[in-house]
Each structure stands twice: as C-alpha cells, then as structure tokens.
Design a binder for this molecule. Structure first.
Ligand SMILES: *[C@@H]1O[C@H](CO)[C@@H](O)[C@H](O)[C@H]1NC(C)=O
Ligand SMILES: *[C@@H]1O[C@H](CO)[C@@H](O)[C@H](O)[C@H]1NC(C)=O
Ligand SMILES: *[C@@H]1O[C@H](CO)[C@@H](O)[C@H](O)[C@H]1NC(C)=O
Ligand SMILES: *[C@@H]1O[C@H](CO)[C@@H](O)[C@H](O)[C@H]1NC(C)=O
Ligand SMILES: *[C@@H]1O[C@H](CO)[C@@H](O)[C@H](O)[C@H]1NC(C)=O
Ligand SMILES: *[C@@H]1O[C@H](CO)[C@@H](O)[C@H](O)[C@H]1NC(C)=O
Ligand SMILES: *[C@@H]1O[C@H](CO)[C@@H](O)[C@H](O)[C@H]1NC(C)=O
Length: 446
C-alpha cells in the first residue's frame, strides 16, 4: 500500500492541523480515578515504586470525588516572613534568601531525607546508591535533623492540611517536598488549596517541578542501550507474528481511549488483555512472560488514562521502549512526547484524523518493514545534546539538595493552581458519571 498524503518517505506523518478533527472523541475525554495507573499486575514502576494495593487504595480515595473538592475548613498558611529584597515571586510560589542561621548539622555535604509517609515498598531500598552522601530514612524520629522531608502526596495523604499529621518541628532550612507520583486527576480528592504555604519543593513528572520525577528518562534509555548495543540494521519486524497489543485494567468507559480503541478495532486487529479484555496471558507478576508477550507484537497501545501535560508513564517508557515494540500513544500532547522521548520512537494518535486513518497507517507499516524499522533508528543514533546523566528520581533529590544555596528559601503559596493549572488547563476535563466501579460504567472487550 502506498503511503497516503501526509506521510513522508520516512513514514512520518507530516503536520496535520493542530485540531485533530476528532471531535467525536474530544468531548468524550475524561475520566475518573484509576487504581494507580497500573494497567496490569506485571507493570513495574520505575525505581521500584510501591505496588499499590488495589483493595486498600479504593478506600483511600473518595470514588465520587468531583474534580475539585475545596474544603471549607480553616487554612493553615504559614506566615512567610523575613523576605528580603532579592526575593522573586511567581503566581504560585515565593523565593527568597534568608541569612543563614548556623546549620545545626555539621556537614553541608551530606543530606538526610526523611520519608514521612513511607510504605513497606516505598521508597525503594537504595533510592540512590550512587550518592551515599544522601541518606533516605523512613524513621520519623529523625525529622528534626533532616534537610528535607518527602511526602508522598497521593492515596492516604491527608485530604485537608492538618498540622497535627505533619512534623511538629520545622527548621527554616528544611525542605518539605510534595511528591504526588500521578497526575492531577488522581489527586483530585485532596484539597490542595489547604496546602498553600506548606511545601517548599515539588517532585513530580512535570518538567517545571523543582525536582523532576519522570517515569522514564531518555538518558537512562540510552545508558541501557550502551550496555547492550543493538545490532546496526537489525530488522525489528523479524519474528513478529502479531500486530497490535493493549493491556488495560481500568475499565471506566468514559476514558476517551475506549472510544478510540472501539473504533480502531473496526479497522484492525487489536488484542486486548487485562481486566477490561481477555484474561491475562501471563501469571500474576510474571514480568518475563509479559515482556515476551509484548515482543510478539509490532505495536503496543501506550494509552494513558488521562490526558495531562507531560504525563507519560511506564506504559510508554518500560512496556514499550524497552521491548522493541512501537508505542502508539494517546495522552499528553505530541510536543511533550517529542521533548521527552527519543526522536521518532512513537506514533501519536493526534497525527491521524481518525482511528481508521491510524489503522491504515499501521497496516502500511505492517507491509513495509523498512518504514517500520525507522521507528527504531533512534536506538543507534543517540542525540548529541543528551542530558549528562540520569540515575533516577531519588538521585535528583540528592543533587538538588547539594546544589541549592543554604540560604535559599521557597514556598508554594498556591500549590493547587500550580498543580492543576490556573484554569485547570493542564489536564483535559474529567467526565464523572458515578462510581467507576459500577458495572454500568465499565467497558469490557472479550
Ligand atoms: C490489600 O489490602 C486488603 C485490605 O486492607 C488486604 O486484605 C489484602 O491482604 C492486601 N493485599 C496485599 C497484597 O497486601
Ligand atoms: C457514590 O455515588 C453513588 C451513586 O450516586 C452512591 O450510591 C454512593 O453511596 C456514593 N459513594 C460515596 C462514598 O459517597
Ligand atoms: C518580595 O516578597 C514580598 C512579599 O511576597 C513582595 O511584596 C515583594 O514585592 C517581593 N519583592 C521582590 C523584589 O520580588
Ligand atoms: C486535625 O487532626 C486532629 C487529630 O487527627 C483532629 O483532632 C482535628 O480535628 C483535625 N483538625 C481539622 C481541622 O481537621
Ligand atoms: C479474546 O480471545 C479470543 C480467543 O483467543 C479472541 O478471539 C478475541 O479476539 C480476544 N478478544 C480480545 C478483545 O482481544
Ligand atoms: C525542561 O525544561 C527546561 C527548562 O525550561 C528545558 O531546558 C528542558 O529542555 C526541558 N526538558 C524537557 C525534557 O522537556
Ligand atoms: C519552607 O517553607 C516554610 C513555610 O513558608 C518556610 O518557613 C521555610 O523557611 C521554607 N524552607 C525552605 C528551605 O525553603
């Protein structure tokens, strides 16, 4: 089949209008609470994130929570004093310098980070083994000595700020770090307005965070490739017997990806596994089997639950890029993928006017190994301006603490709007139609 207008000879789809003509799908956008983005039990989160206990988690979140649930309870804003003339303020935070009171701790070159609401599996055992000068402790009794305190700001986190649930001692040089893991829709039951003036730094997947906590990183991908370099001119289509695979376990029918896949399946075979599709192909937690399953396919639907700016999860980084399969992505805008991901490593649904057009393109690639292999060219062509190193998100915490001036102070005065967007524009709206657990709100492909 000849490529259609709009594909150049490398199989790239050229600019389609910014508006995707997918109005049918656009208004179907968004969703409801998902159990921690885990599409299937074999999905590993980077750096050993906790495995979320589904049955527990469900109790932690008010499943009926609307997008914003502002509390009428009193706020606990800290009064921010001693701001000097050099302070800078954004709409969401203030930055200033404070004359150093003598640090209580002897060495400025070692840091203690207390993890306030740890779980048995979080943080992982050696969060950053390459930087022993940073000690991560789960012992709350060490909090007075800590340089930073890490708060996992999602399920189980106090829904309204209440100082009795936070450390009582708070030295002015200590950073309180907000780490939500997931996207704003998944923290929507937490009243972040009440957290104004509480946190000093943010630690999220978003690039404008103080510390970046992406689910994957292009440098890390290339580091791994350097250890196991793929053969030049390898044919990635070889031995692949199947076409499109999707693992999906959050079956809330208003997620726009369901409308998309329902339509896509009218035009091309899509094998669906997980709770919303056929019974799992692999045993629970059998990661190896999962990997081998993926590798039989040419394409993997790395469809996020939510369309939020820069929200690109392990579906993309781990399930797809590491398994020699081409991810088809739906979620963050294409620009975001282009900034974060290796060049030409994915197919974005926004490049197509309809699922049918995407299906045609996939069939074209299926018939054309040369074009298909272009999606793997990045593996042997590392970009020149690759960020120097990426040793995982926890090392970023350590690096940030070591490089920040001891007199620098910052506080998020409006964490809520920073996180959700001033007009909630950072995620597409949520469609909420009652309990997502109710069978009437589920979709199953069998
Ligand atoms: C998950 O939580 C439920 C309810 O608290 C508990 O019964 C179950 O044993 C937990 N499962 C795991 C794997 O920890
Ligand atoms: C959620 O909404 C459903 C239907 O409106 C209702 O039956 C249920 O009690 C609600 N759950 C909670 C926790 O409020
Ligand atoms: C410093 O902060 C104060 C209080 O937020 C603000 O009024 C003042 O304009 C800031 N100064 C500068 C130079 O940004
Ligand atoms: C804060 O928590 C304490 C103890 O859990 C509780 O007694 C108090 O009512 C809470 N305050 C608010 C404003 O929720
Ligand atoms: C489920 O498995 C059956 C039998 O292998 C297959 O015919 C069907 O297409 C599969 N359904 C999905 C949604 O993948
Ligand atoms: C993150 O933002 C910085 C500063 O704006 C920019 O230099 C960098 O390229 C961005 N990184 C990604 C992956 O978007
Ligand atoms: C963190 O924020 C609090 C509350 O505004 C402030 O008192 C403290 O100095 C800040 N700490 C740092 C290290 O910025």
């Amino acid at each position: 089949m000849e490529p259609k207008n709009g594909y150049n000879k490398h199989g790239l789809f050229k600019t389609v209008g910014a508006f995707m003509g997918m109005c049918v799908y656009m208004y179907l956008l968004y969703i409801v609470y998902d159990e921690y983005t885990m599409e299937n039990p074999m999905t590993l989160h980077p750096s050993g994130e906790p495995e979320f206990n589904r049955s527990k988690g469900l109790h932690d979140v008010d499943e009926n929570a609307s997008l914003i649930q502002r509390s009428v309870l009193p706020r606990y804003h800290y009064f921010i004093s001693s701001l000097s003339a050099e302070n800078t303020s954004s709409k969401f935070y203030s930055v200033w310098h404070e004359e150093a009171t003598l640090p209580l701790r002897k060495s400025l070159n070692s840091k203690i980070i207390v993890v306030w609401n740890s779980t048995p599996k979080w943080p992982p055992k050696s969060p950053c083994s390459s930087m022993p000068q940073c000690v991560f402790s789960k012992d709350r009794r060490q909090v007075a000595d800590a340089d930073a305190v890490l708060f996992r700001g999602i399920h189980g986190f106090p829904l309204v700020y209440n100082r009795t649930e936070f450390p009582t001692v708070r030295p002015s040089h200590q950073y309180w770090i907000y780490m939500p893991y997931e996207c704003p829709h998944l923290t929507r039951d937490i009243d972040l307005v009440s957290y104004g003036g509480v946190f000093n730094w943010t630690f999220t997947y978003r690039n404008d965070s103080d510390i970046l906590a992406t689910w994957g990183h292009v440098t890390q991908i290339y580091q791994e490739l350097a250890e196991n370099p793929p053969a030049l001119n390898r044919d990635y289509a070889e031995h692949k017997t199947k076409l499109v695979l999707w693992y999906v376990s959050n079956c809330y029918k208003h997620l726009s990806r369901f409308a998309y896949v329902t339509e896509l399946r009218k035009h091309i075979q899509v094998d669906i596994f997980g709770r919303c599709g056929n019974a799992s192909h692999c045993g629970k937690k059998d990661r190896q089997c999962f990997i081998e399953h993926i590798r039989q396919y040419k394409f993997y639907l790395a469809f996020e639950n939510f369309k939020c700016a820069e929200y690109i999860t392990e579906k993309f980084w781990d399930n797809s890029l590491k398994n020699d399969v081409v991810p088809i992505v739906l979620g963050a805008p294409k620009d975001d993928y282009e900034r974060f991901a290796p060049p030409n490593s994915f197919i974005h649904v926004d490049d197509f006017n309809s699922p049918r057009e995407l299906a045609n393109y996939l069939e074209y690639l299926d018939q054309n190994d040369h074009e298909y292999n272009q999606y793997f060219a990045w593996k042997t062509e590392p970009p020149k301006n690759l960020p120097v190193s990426w040793e995982g998100r926890y090392c970023e915490v350590c690096k940030k603490l070591l490089k920040t001036s001891p007199t620098e102070r910052k506080v998020y005065t409006d964490l809520d709007r920073w996180w959700r967007g001033e007009n909630y524009e950072l995620c597409e709206p949520l469609i909420y139609d009652g309990s997502y657990k109710h069978p009437k709100n589920a979709i199953h492909f069998h």
